[in-house]
Design a binder for this molecule. Structure first.
Ligand SMILES: Cc1cc2nc3c(=O)[nH]c(=O)nc-3n(C[C@H](O)[C@H](O)[C@H](O)COP(=O)(O)OP(=O)(O)OC[C@H]3O[C@@H](n4cnc5c(N)ncnc54)[C@H](O)[C@@H]3O)c2cc1C
Length: 344
């Protein structure tokens, strides 16, 4: 949807999605714009993430004013939290990297953690003030509302072929187009296989628990080195994430729920008294080495996938570069995100 939003109104564009667009991984996401939280060294993806994060405030403001949908952007930062003593090496390496590139990043000891929030347990954290967060579900709803001029088809793609044009068969319709973009998340591999392209994208299910606590006040998001995080949402709601299971299912297991509740209350004990509003899961598009693919892999055939844990963070910048690519302008940044070697 973010790519479609960046295409000019003069183009004829249709979105085909078997689910309501934005209701899969994008809907389940924690909404963190964790450009620094996710990285330990400088590389092309880190730079893309930083540029993507910088774009988000303007994109959100524009979407909110166009559609009237609040997206709940919060810029109170993120604390990378040392969950386990054995993570200290990784934790120190991340602090070295982040503090060498951003003087606002601070190392927090126990007392500093308590100053930020009296109820935090723990000994060390890295404060990353510029990693904000949004409500991902509201963001996808606003994106959809901003695309009223585009045709949406809630249909399943069952075959893709190419001759002079791309031909798409769904469970209900047939479409013919000059240009085809595959942005099927964890299912992109299945769609590309219909065109004899092998791209190793798989699914990584993440379970999430959405809670309410009437008195807990938490500003920054907390992200443990063990992968458990607490993202404060509007009106005393807290999104607790996330497990990682290599499959494309969408259930929440009892073990997953227990892990979320135990690990989050190890960070903020008050959460034990919170009310569970709902649990749900989403499937992240996972690739080897966390590779991101933004490319024109054959003439007129485009791919945007592999966003893994950062699809919300990278949404605006993916939209901008892919829309340019579709219109024939290839930014050199995209040379880092090609998938040529997998084409058969
Ligand atoms: C628990 C969890 C927490 C996350 N937290 C964050 C976070 O804090 N910050 C962040 O930046 N990112 C986060 N992410 C990652 C982010 O949600 C994903 O990277 C992003 O949503 C991927 O978007 P996508 O459009 O590629 O995939 P999706 O949102 O999964 O969309 C792919 C779409 O393709 C459709 N599709 C597939 N095959 C077919 C077919 N044959 N026919 C028709 N339609 C088809 C699917 O129905 C789906 O709607 C999180 C993800 C999860 C699961």
């Amino acid at each position: 949807m973010s790519i479609a939003r960046n295409l000019p109104g003069s183009l004829s564009v249709a979105i085909i999605d078997r689910n309501q667009p934005g209701q899969r991984a994008s809907y389940a996401a924690g909404g963190m714009l964790g450009a620094q939280n996710e990285f330990y060294e400088d590389n092309a993806l880190y730079r893309l993430s930083m540029a993507g994060r910088a774009m988000m405030p303007e994109v959100i403001a524009a979407l909110e004013s166009e559609t009237g949908h609040p997206i709940h952007f919060s810029q109170q930062g993120l604390i990378k939290y040392l969950s386990r003593p054995e993570d200290i090496g990784m934790f120190n390496r991340q602090y070295q990297f982040l503090s060498s590139t951003d003087s606002k990043v601070r190392l927090l000891q126990q007392d500093d953690l308590k100053k930020l929030h009296a109820g935090i347990e723990g000994t060390s954290g890295i404060y990353i003030p510029d990693d904000g967060q949004i409500d991902a579900a509201c963001y996808t709803m606003a994106l959809k509302a901003s695309l009223a001029h585009i045709d949406f088809y809630e249909e399943e793609v069952i075959s893709l072929t190419h001759d002079s044009h791309y031909r798409i068969r769904t469970d209900r319709n047939q479409f013919v187009c000059e240009k085809l973009l595959i942005a099927g998340g964890a299912w992109s591999q299945d769609l590309l296989a219909m065109l004899n392209i092998h791209l190793p994208v798989s699914g990584m299910r993440g379970e999430v628990c959405y809670m309410y606590h009437p008195t807990l006040e938490l500003g920054p998001s907390l992200f443990g080195t063990n992968g458990c995080y607490i993202v404060p949402k509007h009106d005393h709601h807290y999104l607790i994430g996330a497990t990682s299971h290599p499959d494309r299912e969408t259930f929440v297991s009892d073990e997953g729920k227990d892990w979320l509740l135990t690990e989050s209350s190890n960070m903020i004990p008050a959460l034990k008294d919170g009310e569970i509003i709902r649990t749900y899961s989403g499937v992240r598009p996972f690739t080897e080495n966390h590779a991101l693919y933004l490319d024109e892999c054959r003439p007129g055939l485009y791919i945007a996938t592999g966003h893994y844990r950062n699809g919300i963070l990278l949404s605006a910048i993916t939209g901008r570069y892919m829309a340019e690519l579709i219109q024939g302008r290839r930014d050199p940044v995209l040379n880092h995100f090609k998938l040529k070697e997998f084409t058969t």
